[in-house]
Design a protein around this ligand. Structure first.
Ligand code: IVH
Length: 690
């Protein structure tokens, strides 16, 4: 048995564990010299998590356990960068690099210039801000001036320290750094396999995967994606005792603060060394675990950088020396449309087979209509296809000189090539409205319909769904409710018991209520939360089916994209018919008032409450159907402020959230004074003594 710790002891142990974990993070991520095994590391994390659970008052946002706390956002806020995030001019050959060096030396009036050469990482550029050594904010590059606030998503990347190290250098009051978020090639391939297995669209390349993963509205989803980061620029710093005079020094400082830099960076005495570096890195490229598309050459001394200055969007003291892309020429024989199981139509080029660095390529994605238009891709065109460490090759360029005039323009179809339903445009994408009845989407739709948070049909998982669809027993959603034990017994793998259980589970699922049914239908953009709101608002499926876009938009939490996909979904005759069928087969579609006074309400606590511990307060909220989260965002309904509230209080004020005191909180819960707890509440100390 483990010894129960006193509050004081626990506090000390928690602090020690955190320091220890931070140290091991540094050893692992930054120095690449771990001292302990993964299992030992996990044990430390586990102990910390357990203690924090017992003593939630000691949880701080920078605790290593707090990487995923934030609730999903509806959209990203825009934030202004500390300084513009510039991009780089690119050079393709040695001559252009020598010209760059000549210009630099001429303008500086010096014989020779030192450069820092770094791999040009092919990911997504981000800005991170630390205040007094604590991670405060993270944003994407955006247009260079303003980016998207992805603070909570970046927090989930394990290589991002939540607290800077102060062992070797003073901690700056403020530090703005820039780095590149990337996904390793093997992680990318694994992710794509999983996506394909789940019936979702695979991603085009590791860069898109990194960008898409980082920009999930729900940070929990980002946390599930294996992202990594390298830091390469100090954009701004304030603080005593720190003076940084060159890019090389900047890199060393980043490393000392615990911000991982790329191990292949090199200080070059002159441009010849930088050119040699480019040659070596091009060889190295094939061995790296992540994608690089060139090297970046930067004038080392900051004094020189300042003299050289910037021109509009790019510095005059740095240049990207790109690698020749891995691409080959071939011809587009035809363009076809593939329907993913989410209903998205993806145009695909059928190619004359061509070998691109050892892989025969005969199809290449054209992504979407905008991409085709932007590159002016036509059937019959000669094109360059590239493979960027990815599974799906892409058409990167049209060789216009080779056009004969016989090329044909491509148009996206207005009917789904698989089921013939109407196709609608949603942003850059076209989507088949066939939904429930489109075979391409059928398996995924069924699996979603039966999933735990939807109709919760136990035993109707991926494999069974595949089998039922392939055997023709399920052709549309309503067929689920037509399945009989006899049907199932004819299938391989189905014994008497399994068949009976599944039939019973299907029967039970008829009673899940309107909200879950709406979610189960798989209407694009309608998640669980939205489904619940719709059920509350419209009460019956018939009312919802008649809702106009304007009516939907009038609901606070529903945006234009969601409103239009709901209307489109119900406009489709087949979907309406399916709903009628479900009704006839006995699926209940009435709204049942859900229990719980605080249903769906999101709470944050800050400061100390007099009558409850955090854990108790959390339990009470959850008992009433509410949700407790750790950080303040605009999705929060109530901020409960106890004594000595912390920074969450300030943030809540800024966001204009509803802030309530302990008394009001009790009223919300309906706790009467007399019922409140007999006698005095014990502190944890007293509790442990008792
Ligand atoms: S320095 C002024 N260094 O390349 C400083 N950029 O077109 C500009 N990138 O958007 C950035 N690796 O996302 C720098 N070692 C590196 C880089 C790097 C990748 C990306 C960055 C930027 C793009 C430049």
């Amino acid at each position: 048995m483990e010894k129960k710790l006193s509050r004081e002891e626990a506090k000390k142990r928690i602090e020690w564990l955190r320091k220890e974990i931070w140290r091991h993070n540094y050893l692992y991520y930054v120095l690449n010299k771990p001292e302990i095994s993964d299992e030992e590391y996990d044990k430390l994390m586990e102990e910390l998590r357990r203690l924090e659970e017992q003593f939630p008052e000691f949880i701080t946002p920078d605790s290593p356990t707090q990487r995923v706390g934030a609730p999903p956002a509806k959209e990203f806020k825009t934030v202004k960068h500390v300084k513009p995030m510039l991009s780089l001019d690119a050079a393709r050959d040695e001559e252009e690099i020598r010209a760059f060096d000549r210009r630099v030396r001429r303008e500086l009036g010096v014989e020779n210039v030192e450069y820092v050469a770094e791999p040009k990482l092919d990911g997504l550029s981000v800005e991170l801000i630390y205040e007094d050594g604590k991670y405060k904010r993270g944003s994407t590059r955006g247009d260079g001036i303003n980016g998207e606030d992805v603070t909570e998503n970046i927090r989930t990347i394990r290589a991002v320290p939540l607290v800077l190290r102060g062992e070797e250098l003073p901690i700056p009051k403020m530090l703005a750094v820039r780095g590149e978020v990337i996904m390793h090639i093997d992680d990318f391939e694994k992710l794509n396999k999983e996506l394909i297995q789940r019936g979702e669209e695979p991603l085009a390349n590791p860069r898109n995967a990194a960008a898409g993963s980082l920009r999930r509205l729900d940070p929990k989803e980002t946390a599930e994606r294996p992202l990594d980061i390298f830091f390469y620029e100090i954009m701004h710093y304030e603080g005593d005792g720190i003076k940084i005079e060159s890019q090389w020094e900047a890199l060393q400082c980043l490393k000392k603060w615990g911000l991982k830099i790329n191990p292949h960076v090199k200080l070059c005495k002159n441009i010849d060394e930088a050119i040699e570096y480019h040659r070596k890195m091009e060889e190295m490229r094939e061995k790296l675990e992540y994608e690089i598309d060139g090297v970046v050459i930067k004038v080392n001394k900051f004094e020189y950088q300042e003299k050289l200055g910037i021109k509009t969007r790019s510095p005059r003291w740095a240049i990207a020396y790109k690698f020749p892309p891995r691409k080959e020429e071939t011809q587009i024989v035809d363009i076809v449309v593939q329907v993913g199981r989410t209903g998205i139509l993806t145009p695909v080029a059928l190619l004359k087979p061509v070998d691109v660095k050892g892989v025969t390529v005969s199809r290449a994605t054209l992504h979407n209509e905008d991409y085709i238009k932007e590159k002016d891709i036509r059937i019959g065109d000669w094109v360059k296809v590239a493979r960027a460490g990815d599974v799906i090759p892409e058409v990167v360029e049209v060789i216009k000189e080779k056009r004969t005039g016989n090329e044909k323009e491509f148009k996206m179809p207005d009917k789904c090539p698989v089921c013939g339903s109407r196709v609608v445009k949603e942003g850059a994408y076209y989507r088949c409205t066939g939904g429930l009845s489109c075979p391409a989407q059928l398996k995924r739709s069924i699996a979603h319909f039966a999933s735990k948070n939807a109709m919760d049909i136990e035993g109707l998982g991926g494999k069974t769904v595949d089998l039922l669809v392939e055997k023709g027993l399920i052709k549309r959603i309503s067929d689920i409710y037509r399945l009989t034990k006899r049907d199932l017994l004819r299938l391989p793998r189905f014994g008497e018991k399994a068949a009976k259980n599944l039939v019973e589970a299907i029967e039970k699922s008829k009673d899940r209520g309107l909200a879950r049914l709406i979610f189960a239908l798989g209407i694009p953009n309608v998640g669980e939360h939205t489904a619940r709101i719709l059920a509350e608002k419209f009460k019956t499926i018939d009312r919802l089916m008649q809702a106009t876009e304007a009516e939907l938009l009038a609901i606070n939490e529903i945006g234009p994209e969601t409103a239009s996909s709901i209307v489109n979904f119900f406009r489709e005759e087949r979907n309406r018919r399916e709903i009628e069928e479900l009704k006839k087969l006995g699926v209940k579609m009435e709204y049942e008032e859900e229990k719980g006074k605080l249903k769906g309400k999101v709470f944050v606590f800050t400061g100390t409450l007099k009558s409850f511990s955090r854990e108790e307060a959390k339990e009470l909220v959850e008992k009433e159907g509410g949700i407790v989260v750790n950080s303040v965002s605009k999705n929060v309904d109530y901020v409960v402020a106890g004594e000595n509230p912390g920074s969450k209080y300030e943030k809540a004020k800024q966001l204009g959230l509803k802030i309530i005191g302990e008394e009001e909180f009790k009223k919300l819960l309906g706790i009467e004074e007399k019922e409140e707890r007999k006698g005095k509440i014990m502190t944890l100390d007293e509790f442990f003594k008792a």
